[in-house]
Design a protein around this ligand. Structure first.
Ligand code: IVH
Length: 726
């Protein structure tokens, strides 16, 4: 290759490398592998070595400066780099908007404002005639937790980059910024079509090209370290026995203020734009345009940025990212809300350290102090007991937290935790909340030691600590499974029929230590549910309402729901009828306990269809102290028992008749059919015998149908059955 050919090749290589840099670091796209890109860079490097006269400041090989600096030069910022005021709630945002609207409505008609022509709402409001209809729209960006930087481009070339410093004077960190691949060393020249696409007319497009080629442009944005890089670096540092970085922000700060840019390069920082300064000639109309233009110039913007028509949309954007911020590759701590109409920026002006046209709408704190009110022990699938801290409910990381896992006794001891302590609770993103710290200086002296339970809180069996392990275990192997089955039985369709309380949710509540017996369902609050996975504000509210709606229980369903051995739906109904006959003034659980405890075993056996085994099981259940305690707890939690409905006591053609259902019914669900039969005085059996009066056969009936035929039992179709119940 001769010199001229080499020169052409160098130009081509620079363009190609820059194109892939733009795709990869700005557009998040990749057309060639990193290895391939490296080989292009290597070729360029070699050619430049051969012909040093071809090296230009914007060459990709110039990103790493080999020579460490002694100190940083001071650079004055023009315009100054401002700070932002904070907002912490939707109300703060409303107040901020009201102040801005008030100022906007006072704009004199005579004031000529650029941008007024493209925004009819603004034009109206600016005329001062429609003060009541002042409308503002916004552009929302995420608030990066990095370091503010100012980049100077002269004639399209990156010439100088500086830290924010005190806002007026910063430090020259050009060489270090040059190691950041998302900072273009030369501005990209957008096509006219691209500029048109973002709303620039040809006059603006020409002005822009002129600025890029013969003028200056100042880019403002944030240098930061991605979470992935932070974790990788720390892993490496730990392995090498080096000091680890405290957080990505510290990582970025340490890298930028490195005198040796080789070290900065190693730390692979990123840069995102949030504004363009010093291009006033362009007369852009909106901040949205400004950001989109930055992207066309080859800089990286956050694609999550969003135009919002009003504060409602701003609040939605804020709520979404507060919840989902962990999905981002970098740390953010809020939303920067900016008035979109640039013409209003000078009108709204600056007060003290920050502008009125923008505000930092912060995310909820991820660490908050609260009180540890107590500890409950949650039982796991394998019988392990986990301590759960009961907290004074507190909002942290955007949700209300009232329970927190304390893991095990070792963790409790490590934290030095006592009941009554002031604790710092941490919750980042969707991560499970935890106690990060105890504040022992806040103690009053009334705090109590956390004791290891001797008995399982669910089944009462002994608890053992396996030697050499930190975990505590219930010695009853079936404890967890039995509990789950018992609780799910209570909430099932045939018993309490509580909507939204299927076995999965029940298991979730048990795992969270919120429920260990059926009475616990009735003391749950929204605060308990909201922190759980799959629960949003609305679903938590709905479940609490559904539980409350079923506080008044049907007597037969109640008896069935207790899960007494051998007591199915039919037997429960028989018992309900029996005790209603016995005592008509049943009003509360206390009456029911009294009645059941006064019925002798022989009396139970006398009830039609109840044999000695079933009678004994019923008798034992009502004479077990643990069960009575549970019933008292249910009563305390507001359970009311409804009297048996009059219908079920009436005589009808169905009275005493035994029905068996088989096959699929179309008009009614099985439970509805059963309820109807019972309501009319009939009984349901699960299998066909010579005592069966009717077999109701739906579609595809099973073996019960054949058995009925063999035994000569009446078989009726669903249609016949419908007529019967009419
Ligand atoms: S705009 C006039 N936009 O927040 C406002 N700042 O307190 C100039 N920051 O020093 C800043 N993300 O480091 C703006 N999307 C964003 C930002 C952002 C983070 C930082 C920036 C600035 C500080 C202001």
């Amino acid at each position: 290759m001769n010199k001229q050919e080499s020169k052409n090749r160098v130009e081509k290589l620079k363009k190609e490398i820059n194109h892939h840099r733009y795709l990869y670091h700005v557009m998040d796209r990749q057309e060639i592998s990193e290895g391939a890109l490296d080989s292009l860079k290597n070729e360029l490097f070699k050619l430049e070595q051969e012909y040093p006269e071809f090296i230009t400041a914007d060459s990709p090989t110039q990103r790493v400066e080999g020579r460490p600096l002694d100190k940083f030069k001071k650079i004055a910022h023009e315009p100054a780099m401002l700070s932002l005021f904070d907002a912490f709630s939707a109300q703060d945002m409303k107040d901020w908007e009201s102040r801005a609207k008030k100022i906007k409505s006072q704009i004199p008609t005579s004031l000529k404002l650029r941008g007024a022509s493209i925004n009819p709402n603004f034009a109206k409001a600016a005329s001062g005639k429609q003060k009541s209809q002042v409308i503002l729209d916004y552009y929302c960006e995420l608030k990066f937790d990095g370091l503010a930087m100012s980049l100077n481009y002269v004639n399209g070339i990156f010439t100088q980059g500086a830290t924010r410093g005190d806002g007026k004077v910063g430090e020259d960190v050009t060489n270090n910024l040059k190691t950041i691949e998302s900072i273009p060393l030369r501005l990209r020249i957008p096509s006219e079509a691209e500029l048109k696409n973002i709303g620039l007319d040809s006059d603006q497009a020409n002005k822009l090209l002129n600025i890029i080629e013969n003028g200056g442009i100042i880019i403002r944005g944030e240098a930061l370290m991605a979470k992935k890089i932070f974790n990788e670096l720390n892993k490496k540092y730990k392995k090498a026995g080096k000091k680890v970085l405290a957080n990505p922000r510290n990582g970025a700060a340490g890298s930028i203020r490195q005198l040796d840019s080789k070290i900065t390069a190693e730390r692979k920082l990123d840069f995102y734009v949030y504004g363009i300064a010093g291009a006033d000639d362009l007369r852009l109309q909106t901040h949205e345009q400004e950001i989109k233009l930055a992207k066309l110039l080859g800089l990286k913007i956050l694609e999550s940025n969003k135009y919002c028509r009003n504060l409602d949309e701003v609040n939605k954007f804020h709520a979404y990212w507060e919840k989902n911020r962990k999905k981002l590759s970098m740390e953010v701590d809020g939303v920067v809300v900016k008035v979109n109409n640039l013409a209003l920026w000078p009108v709204l002006g600056i007060v003290g350290k920050g502008p009125r046209y923008a505000i930092a709408y912060k995310f909820a704190a991820e660490q908050v102090a609260t009180a540890l009110k107590g500890v409950v022990w949650q039982i796991g699938r394998t019988g392990t007991l986990t301590p759960i801290g009961v907290l004074k409910p507190v909002r942290v990381g955007g949700v209300t937290v009232s329970h927190v896992t304390l893991h095990n006794m070792d963790e409790i001891n490590r934290l030095g935790l006592k009941i009554g302590d002031t604790v710092i609770v941490e919750r980042a993103g969707d991560v499970i909340p935890k106690v990060a710290q105890v504040l022992p200086k806040m103690r009053s002296g009334s705090e109590q030691k956390i004791l290891i339970p001797k008995n399982c809180p669910i089944c009462g069996s002994q608890v053992e600590r396996i030697p050499g392990e930190v975990v505590l275990r219930c010695t009853n192997k079936d404890c967890y499974a039995v509990t789950l089955r018992r609780l799910s039985h209570w909430t099932s369709k045939a018993a309490m029929d509580i909507e939204g309380l299927g076995s999965k949710v029940v298991e979730q509540l048990v795992k969270a230590g919120l429920v260990s017996d059926i009475a616990d369902f009735y003391s749950l609050s929204e605060y308990d549910l909201k922190p759980l996975e799959r629960f949003a504000d609305k679903s938590a509210e709905n479940l609490i309402k559904a539980i409350a709606a079923k506080k008044e229980l049907d007597l037969a369903r109640f008896i069935y729901g207790l899960g007494i051995r051998h007591v199915g739906e039919e037997t429960a109904l028989l018992l309900a009828e029996r005790i209603t006959n016995y005592e008509l003034r049943i009003t509360n659980l206390f009456d029911i306990i009294k009645i059941f405890q006064s019925i002798r075993l022989e009396q139970l056996e006398e009830i039609e269809d109840i044999g000695p085994i079933v009678a004994k099981s019923i008798y034992d259940w009502w004479h077990n102290e643990k069960n009575i305690k549970l019933l008292r707890k249910l009563e305390k939690n507001g359970i009311i028992i409804k009297r048996q409905t009059a219908n079920s006591m009436q005589q009808s053609d169905f009275t005493g008749k035994v029905f068996v259902l088989t096959g699929a019914l179309n008009g009614l669900t099985r439970n509805e059919a059963k309820a109807k039969i019972r309501e009319l005085g009939g009984k349901i059996a699960s299998s066909v015998s010579k005592n069966t009066d009717f077999v109701v056969a739906g579609e595809n009936p099973g073996s019960k149908f054949n058995k009925a035929k063999d035994l000569g039992v009446n078989v009726v179709s669903e249609d016949d059955f419908s007529k019967m119940i009419e």
